[in-house]
Design a protein around this ligand. Structure first.
Ligand code: SF4
Length: 326
């Protein structure tokens, strides 16, 4: 079997691996490392998209502040708490609370919501609310947040700058390092198929995950959104995504690696396949239906099922793949 030295593999070696004609032995290695380090369990995370307001203008994202075609919503704190409780009753143990960068939720408002969900629903909480100061991250940790998700999106500073006119890769990485040093389980991730990206860029992305020491990494394809400046770009390759997930598993043996929702959008069969190349997590929206359709970072086909029925169906699909839903 192929050997990859996770602590010393270089950018060029990773890029060569990504370009290989036959990747099967790398997939086999990733799957073995997954089985040895995180076992056969697939963690199902509930994701609550509580606000689609965003002050930023990321050029790939349907929620960007310049998209005037999008009706905006904010969930009330009580609604968020009730939804979290319903998700807990359905069996979810982790709630990912995600929003655009929406200053309406001050540190205090969001902190109180986190406290109440921890108290009444007893779930692990992952926040995914963008770039904030170290002090704010520290405060939310005190309020009970366990994990934080903020993707690097790309490790190439020039591509990052072209996609994010109002921020820099340096600031993003500083946020990730602050979170890690505050004791959060820290999640990053990146997109495959961004304009200007090469195998070397993806190799840099993988090495940045290793440098930060990420506990989670979401790797998914770029999918063009019709209401963004990148509407005419081609979508990212799902095969390349799977390869990047497999290499992330090799570099970060114990990390939680979601089979991204975006990958599911591309092809249901491929989403199933991704569990065999290193992924061990799946995210499920518990956002109330009336809001769910208004939270489109990329176009998605969404179904209207209730939280419990949706979870049961997913558990069944996971068992069908000989994995254990949790
Ligand atoms: S990617 Fe995040 S920060 Fe950027 S516009 Fe979308 S929601 Fe806002």
């Amino acid at each position: 079997m192929i050997q990859i030295d996770r602590n010393h593999v270089t950018k060029n070696e990773l890029a060569d691996l990504l370009r290989r004609e036959d990747f099967r032995d790398v997939y086999e290695l990733a799957d073995r490392i997954r089985a040895e380090n995180v076992g056969d369990v697939v963690h199902i995370r509930a994701i609550l998209e509580f606000s689609n307001h965003c002050r930023r203008v990321c050029r790939y994202c349907g929620l960007n502040a310049r998209n005037s075609a999008l009706p905006r919503y904010r969930m009330k704190p009580e609604e968020m708490i009730e939804t979290a409780q319903e998700a807990a009753r359905a069996g979810y143990r982790t709630l990912v609370m995600q929003s655009g960068e929406d200053p309406w939720y001050t540190p205090e408002i969001l902190g109180e919501i986190v406290r109440e969900i921890k108290r009444s629903a007893k779930m692990a909480i992952t926040l995914s609310c963008g770039e904030r100061s170290r002090d704010v991250y520290a405060y939310w940790k005190e309020c009970g947040a366990d994990r934080y998700l903020i993707k690097q999106e790309t490790a190439d500073p020039a591509i990052y700058a072209s996609l994010h006119p109002d921020s820099s890769l340096e600031e993003r990485v500083a946020c990730l390092k602050n979170l890690k040093s505050l004791g959060y389980e820290t999640g990053s991730g990146f997109m495959i198929g961004l304009p200007g990206q090469t195998a070397e860029t993806i190799a840099m992305d993988l090495l940045l995950l290793r440098e930060i020491g990420c506990d989670m990494a979401g790797i998914g394809p770029f999918i063009p959104h019709p209401d963004t400046p990148l509407r005419d770009q081609p979508p990212g390759s799902s095969e390349l995504c799977k390869r990047a997930v497999a290499l992330a598993r090799i570099l970060l043996p114990k990390a939680n690696l979601p089979a991204t929702t975006a990958l599911g959008v591309l092809n249901g069969k491929e989403k199933n396949d991704i569990f065999s190349c290193g992924a061990n997590v799946v995210m499920r929206k518990v956002t109330p239906t009336s809001y769910k359709r208004l939270y489109e970072i990329y176009p998605a086909s969404l179904t209207d099922t209730d939280i419990l029925a949706d979870r049961r169906q997913l558990e069944e699909q996971i068992r069908h793949l000989d994995r254990i839903p949790l």
